[in-house]
Design a protein around this ligand. Structure first.
Ligand code: UD1
Ligand code: CA
Length: 453
């Protein structure tokens, strides 16, 4: 049977106190709703429909890359009303699985289990025992069988004491669901059409309702406020870090790392505290990331050491490089093997060939740097004339002295030596010493200034 997944994402999320629609709040670097869409894909849904409403344009605009259906719920009259908006386009013969846009931690295996326990003409409901069930719908069972789900706000004291709660995830056939939704009323404390009332209706129709209990409270949490958002973030981080540890990565402290995107690691990678990974980052075998590093959309070659406090964005390194401390690699920084980038060095849109070193206080931008080059402390490529960027080419084996300004466009020939303090704006020939300096003078008549009375 084909599965349609309906994701409810029309609510404002008042409890978030944000100008941003709740489902766009970021979790592990991606909007909450993106996680729910990814989970939907992971169970192989043929058809994904997102019910949107509050902040509608922003929500749709954030997912133009996704092949999904959208159903508008112009007024948020409850979760049942929301599902109804998605039903006209949902094929009758399909199974429907309803997910909530604010439930991004569900695991694929849990959903697969729920789907497989739901027979053709049955209903399956995902439930969990919560230590603190406050705010959730409670599951009412009789002799073990699920009878209905009662919202916190409609529950009496006895029902409020029940710890088994409705996660909101429900599965049943599309045609049955259409019929039940058509019979919903809003005769409850919130004046809303509750999807959860479908449970009682199914029972009244003699349909089997499976209450499938998961034992993982974290995966079923609904995110309504910033505290829950923070809690969900940590839960997701723990999951990501656990996976990496299983693959052979060592974390100095698994609680002090943040992965906001996809981090792939070779074997025996070591990650010290306060490392933040954003976007797509890959670390080769034996890479060591020391403390306080931010690494975004970059590939780091095997054996490379990243010392503390670097910012690495859109860069690639070969193997056995040493970066930092306090280095900044900007987009287009491409380092070959055995390259050394030291403290207070910024590299942008430049290739640096094997064995070259830029160890102290330099800016290298729009440059091609050859092999085994040594760039002295404080050397800068002057790549910008105020309007355009220009290129600097530094040949293999050159030695650039300290405090040199290379005014681009300019080329330094292979094996050249540039004297310290030079401002080089014309080609420097290969194998020769080039320098540009005024002659050193000592002013004999000079007197040290004295304090005025
Ligand atoms: C809902 C369930 C509750 C369950 C809990 C699990 C109902 C009536 N209650 O409560 O039993 O324990 O989730 O987290 O279903 N939404 C719409 N349109 C609407 C209303 C809501 O799209 O008109 C969306 C929201 O954007 C959200 C989801 O549905 O993604 C859940 O809505 P929310 O208001 O958070 O429901 P809860 O009160 O948490
Ligand atoms: Ca909720």
């Amino acid at each position: 049977m084909s599965t349609s997944i309906i994701i409810l994402a029309a609510g404002q999320g008042k409890r978030m106190n944000s100008a941003k629609p709740k489902v766009l709040q970021p979790l592990a670097g991606r909007p909450m709703l993106q996680h729910v869409i990814d989970i939907s894909r992971s169970v192989g849904a043929d058809d994904i429909c997102v019910v949107y409403g509050h902040g509608g344009d922003d929500v749709r605009a954030a997912f133009t890359h996704e092949d999904i259906r959208w159903a508008l719920q112009a007024e948020q009259n409850g979760t049942g009303h929301a599902v109804q908006q998605a039903m006209p386009e949902t094929p009758d013969g399909n199974h429907v699985l309803v997910l909530y846009g604010d439930g991004p931690l569900l695991r694929t295996s849990t959903l697969q289990n729920l789907l497989s326990s739901c027979g053709e003409n049955e209903v399956a409901l995902l439930t969990v025992e919560m230590d603190d069930p406050f705010g959730y719908g409670r599951i009412i069972r009789e002799n073990g069988a699920v009878m209905k789900s009662v919202e916190e706000k409609d529950a009496d004291d006895e029902q409020k004491a029940i710890k088994e709660i409705n996660t909101g995830v429900i599965c049943c056939s599309a045609d049955k669901l259409k019929a039940w939704l058509g019979d919903l009323n809003n005769d409850n404390s919130q004046g809303e059409y509750y999807l959860t009332d479908v449970v009682g209706m199914a029972v009244a129709d003699g349909i089997v309702v499976h209450g499938v209990i998961t034992d993982d409270q974290a995966e079923t949490m609904g995110i309504n406020d910033r505290r829950q958002l923070a809690e969900a973030e940590r839960a997701l981080q723990k999951r990501l870090v656990d996976q990496l540890m299983d693959q052979g990565v060592t974390f100095a402290d698994p609680d002090r790392v943040d992965i906001r995107g996809n981090l792939s690691c070779g074997t025996d990678v070591f990650i010290d505290v306060n490392a933040i990974f954003e976007g797509d980052v890959s670390l080769g075998d034996n890479v060591k990331v020391e403390s306080n590093n931010v690494i975004r959309d970059s590939q780091v070659g095997s054996g490379t050491l990243i010392r503390p406090n670097c910012h690495i964005d859109g860069a690639t390194t070969g193997s056995d490089c040493t970066i930092g401390p306090f280095a900044r690699l900007r987009p287009g920084a491409e380092l070959s093997n055995n390259v050394g980038i030291g403290n207070y060095v910024e590299i942008k849109k430049s290739t640096i060939a094997a064995g070259s070193k830029v160890n102290h206080l330099s800016y290298i931008g729009d440059s091609i740097v050859g092999r085994d080059v040594n760039i002295g402390a404080g050397t800068i490529t002057c790549n910008y004339d105020g309007l355009n960027k220009h290129q600097t080419i530094i040949g293999d084996g050159t030695f650039i002295g300290s405090g040199v300004e290379l005014v681009a466009p300019v080329e330094i020939g292979k094996g050249a030596t540039i004297g310290a303090g030079s401002t080089i704006s014309r080609p420097a020939p290969a194998g020769k010493l080039t320098l540009e300096r005024t002659k050193q003078v000592t002013v004999v008549s000079w007197k040290a200034p004295t304090k005025r009375k």
